[in-house]
Write a protein that binds this ligand. Structure first.
Ligand code: SF4
Length: 74
């Protein structure tokens, strides 16, 4: 699996779920609002394999729909 990840910061409510669950990809931008880590490529980064599966799961769990995850390859 391959996904393209980003965060809609205007929707994020800083619940911390995504960076608690998938710290390899997401982090606190400083005020609790999530962002995609620069280490993985920032907004628009491509994530593959098991990590992509976990990204997809936390995307469904995000309470505000702020995680934008596009499946590029099943
Ligand atoms: S799970 Fe959603 S609302 Fe919570 S910090 Fe991450 S993007 Fe923001």
């Amino acid at each position: 699996m391959k996904v393209k990840v980003s965060v809609d910061k205007d929707l994020c409510t800083a619940c911390a779920l995504c960076y608690d669950e998938v710290p390899e990809v997401y982090e606190d931008s400083g005020d609790g609002i999530a962002q995609v880590k620069a280490e993985v490529g920032g907004d628009g980064a491509i994530i593959e394999g098991d990590l992509a599966q976990r990204v997809l799961e936390v995307t469904e769990e995000c309470p505000s729909g702020a995680l934008v995850t596009e499946v590029i390859e099943e």
